[in-house]
Design a protein around this ligand. Structure first.
Ligand SMILES: Nc1nc2c(c(=O)[nH]1)N[C@H]1C(S)=C(S)[C@@H](COP(=O)(O)OP(=O)(O)OC[C@H]3O[C@@H](n4cnc5c(=O)[nH]c(N)nc54)[C@H](O)[C@@H]3O)O[C@H]1N2
Ligand SMILES: Nc1nc2c(c(=O)[nH]1)N[C@H]1C(S)=C(S)[C@@H](COP(=O)(O)OP(=O)(O)OC[C@H]3O[C@@H](n4cnc5c(=O)[nH]c(N)nc54)[C@H](O)[C@@H]3O)O[C@H]1N2
Ligand code: SF4
Ligand SMILES: [Mo]
Length: 708
């Protein structure tokens, strides 16, 4: 008799949109994956990656047992042997070279996996190293630093109230490809169209005419890395034209006059020279922000991950604050999640520059050093050199700047262990790989992204499939390896109960709990009764009560902003006519570096080529679709160029996460794909100096024809 057909509901955890899925299964087969129409947040929306959840589950290249390197090959070993050997090697490295000779790198999928978020601390406690890196410093670090210094907590990050806004300025974000970032907003095409349907507008500022720009009311090209000029000129206009309105926040603000004098020198005319956006246009953006009720200025990767990332994110907050767009309907508001609700006294607020990296002296933030120094900390000899590494769900060889240098650094380590499902560009350097179960095999509650959602909901889903026999979830690996390391050191570390129990505790202390006197009296059990997700309602103004600063005020200026403004003002304008500025690109069918082993996602025409403006191609005597060499300070790659007027003259675009032909990679479908790694060009010395975040956009390169 064929197995029974079952219907499961499960949120997708591949990107920040957290779409509800309806999954039909029979036995251990997936029959279909569709959007869950009853999910109050995603409303039935799904993107092509959602259906590829099946491919991760069935991927023959996915590891299910620990593997140990033996020369150029891998042998399966038992969990017990793996834990014992890892504990022994890690502790030996520490005994020989000190506690901090073992470092951690945590990649992006950790924040999409609640068990990793709740349990990584067990292993950290046992290892006792203070050297931590994560994908945060390739990404949203400027947002954390800005929220930490303005609002007193790194996670009190306001998000656009996209469902009620009447004017949205999107700078350096492409939500039609990314499905929204630091703005969990599934069904983004409809949400953006909704702005237009209520008579509002949205504007995109981007060096590329992106999918989002195509449907926007207006698109403005901007020279990469120059946004700070535009944003400062908008602030300048707000003061010059007397457009400041600080609404209900007025009494909380400290330092408005300092902001006024800081932007005095940044006129729209200067900004025009730097950015290529007309001065009058810039003034109009400022006037529209000020005159529209329910307006929001929002910036993402393009402005966060560039040389002025922190300054840009700070200026964006200033624009919202000074146009009465913060903490108001239709503006930017903090979400109110059932778990992880930030209020005064909440732990994890962050700290900044408590110590600095050994070689380049970049500051820590919240206990993490910038990834951009990870390789040099491994390759530079001396006390404090990193000699052992634990990676969890990360692929820095393809994700971090100067990938070849990273590759070299990992190859030289004394010991490396990876918690990962694949043997890829990074994990191939491991001595032992510990593979966790795949997403469909464990339960799920999104800890990170309800916190950044444009509408408050809560959703818990049971596992779709029983985990394969003898496998472990990420959280179990953290518990078990943590205990093994502690035992080897003769210390005691307690394992944590399963993640569902931990979040139930958090929910029962949260804003909708009986303890808080809320009528919902939420518990995890109550949330479980809503498998499509529980609707808790739209975003609400809440900031004055939730500010986590010591005096309950918002201090607008910070020293690092003053320093960065001086750096901006002193900056020379580039004059090398041969130089082009490299930017990234995301595509709806790709996800960072690790979804290229799904046939259904990679099929069709290739998407990894270099895009270049036809005028630049003519100036460089290049033919469309020909092979080109791209050279930067740190490296050179060869790939195919496509002529495209999507990118502005002077700019070239190459997506990251490709280039799977590196030796040792065991990803069969991915390795058949063309393309090179964009991060073999990006420069580990090009950083946002305020935060230490990498500058992966706006990298100077030269492009040459390849002659047969
Ligand atoms: N399909 C898909 N979705 C994803 C991901 C993915 O890989 N694929 N990754 C996920 C992750 S980890 C993240 S962080 C988010 C990112 O989400 P987004 O930030 O929305 O995505 P990007 O496509 O990187 O958008 C950055 C935009 O900035 C532009 N840009 C580059 N340089 C500059 C500049 O100097 N100034 C300005 N104004 N713009 C610039 C680029 O052209 C690009 O359009 O996406 C998430 N979602
Ligand atoms: N040039 C350039 N570089 C970029 C970017 C860019 O826009 N341009 N974007 C940056 C951004 S925003 C980000 S977030 C980073 C991402 O950088 P990383 O996080 O380092 O890289 P990912 O490609 O997300 O790799 C994820 C890894 O996790 C594994 N994995 C997937 N699911 C699980 C799981 O459930 N458990 C475990 N243990 N492992 C799992 C995968 O096999 C893969 O090895 O890349 C950054 N790099
Ligand atoms: S947009 Fe796609 S990848 Fe992102 S959560 Fe939704 S279905 Fe998953
Ligand atoms: Mo990211």
């Amino acid at each position: 008799m064929p197995a029974e057909i079952k219907t499961h509901y499960r949120a997708c955890n591949l990107c920040e949109a957290i779409c509800g899925l309806e999954i039909k299964t029979q036995g251990d087969q997936v029959l279909s994956i569709k959007g869950d129409k009853k999910d109050p947040l995603s409303r039935g929306y799904i993107c092509p990656k959602g259906t590829a959840m099946e491919d991760i589950y069935t991927d023959p290249d996915r590891l299910k047992r620990p593997v140990k390197r033996q020369g150029d090959s891998w042998v399966e070993i038992s969990w017990e042997q793996a834990y014992a050997e890892i504990a022994d090697k890690l502790v030996s490295v520490q005994e020989q070279h000190g506690q901090n000779a073992v470092a951690f790198y945590a990649g992006n999928p950790n924040v999409h996996n609640y068990g990793s978020m709740t349990h990584a601390s067990v292993l950290r406690k046992a290892v006792q190293s203070k050297i931590h890196f994560s994908a945060t410093s390739l990404d949203q670090l400027p947002h954390h630093l800005t929220s930490y210094s303005l609002y007193g907590h790194q996670s009190l990050i306001p998000v656009p109230d996209i469902d009620h806004t009447n004017y949205m300025l999107i700078i350096g974000g492409n939500p039609l490809a990314s499905n929204g970032s630091i703005m969990t907003s599934p069904d983004i095409p409809k949400r953006l169209k909704g702005i237009q349907q209520r008579g509002g507008r949205f504007i995109v500022i981007d060096p590329r005419r992106t999918e989002t720009a195509e449907i926007a009311d207006q698109h403005l090209f901007i020279r990469p890395g120059t946004d700070a000029w535009l944003l400062m000129a908008m602030l300048n206009t707000l003061f010059a034209e007397d457009l400041i309105n600080t609404g209900h926040l007025t009494d909380l603000l400290v330092g408005t006059d300092e902001v006024r004098s800081a932007c005095a020198a940044f006129s729209p005319e200067l900004a025009e020279q730097r950015t290529g956006v007309g001065a009058e246009q810039i003034r109009q953006l400022a006037r529209d922000m000020a005159s529209t009720e329910g307006a929001v200025c929002y910036g993402r990767m393009g402005v966060s991950v560039q040389v002025y990332g922190t300054l840009c994110q700070w200026a964006i907050q200033m624009i919202n604050i000074l146009t009465n767009s913060l903490d108001v309907r239709g503006g930017m508001m903090a979400s109110s999640p059932a778990f992880g609700f930030i209020k005064p006294g909440e732990s994890g607020a962050g700290h900044f520059a408590a110590f600095h990296s050994r070689v380049s002296g970049l500051p820590e933030f919240a206990g993490e050093l910038p990834v951009t120094v990870m390789a040099e900390e491994m390759l530079t000899e001396g006390e404090g050199q990193i000699r052992g590494l634990i990676t969890t769900a990360g692929n820095p060889v393809l994700s971090a700047p100067n990938g070849n240098y990273m590759d070299q650094a990992l190859a030289g380590l004394d010991f490396m262990v990876c918690i990962d499902i694949y043997i890829n560009e990074t994990t191939q350097h491991a001595d032992i790989i510990l593979p966790p179960t795949s997403a469909l095999e464990h339960d799920h509650y999104d800890l990170a992204f309800h916190r950044l959602a444009v509408h408050n909901t809560a959703r818990f889903n049971e596992a779709v499939f029983e985990p394969a026999e003898g496998t472990r979830h990420d959280w179990e690996i953290f518990n078990e390896l943590g205990l093994a390391v502690a035992a080897r050191k003769g210390m005691e570390v307690k394992p944590l109960p399963s993640p569902d129990k931990l979040i139930d505790r958090g929910i029962q202390r949260g804003p909708y709990s009986a303890a808080a006197g809320h009528e919902l009296e939420l518990t995890l059990d109550k949330i479980k009764q809503h498998p499509h997700g529980l609707d808790i309602g739209p975003l609400q103004p809440s900031l004055p009560e939730r500010l986590c600063t010591s005096d309950g005020k918002i201090r607008l200026m910070a020293d690092y902003i003053v320093e960065d403004l001086a750096r901006l003002g002193d900056e020379k304008q580039e004059t090398d006519k041969d130089e082009l500025l490299l930017i990234g690109r995301r595509h709806i069918r790709s996800n960072n570096s690790w979804m290229h082993n799904s046939h259904r996602l990679v099929k069709g025409k290739p998407r990894w080529q270099l895009l270049m403006h036809p005028d630049d191609m003519a100036a460089h005597q290049l033919q469309d679709q020909s092979q080109v060499r791209i050279r930067s300070r740190v490296g050179e790659v060869q790939t195919q160029v496509l002529a495209s007027d999507e990118v502005m003259p002077g700019v070239v675009s190459l997506p990251h996460g490709w280039g799977h032909k590196r030796q040792g990679v065991a990803l069969n479908i991915a390795a058949e794909q063309g393309g090179v790694s964009c991060n073999d060009l990006t420069d580990d010395k090009l950083v946002d100096r305020a935060s230490g975040n990498s500058a992966l956009n706006g990298v100077p390169v030269k492009v040459f024809a390849v002659h047969a």
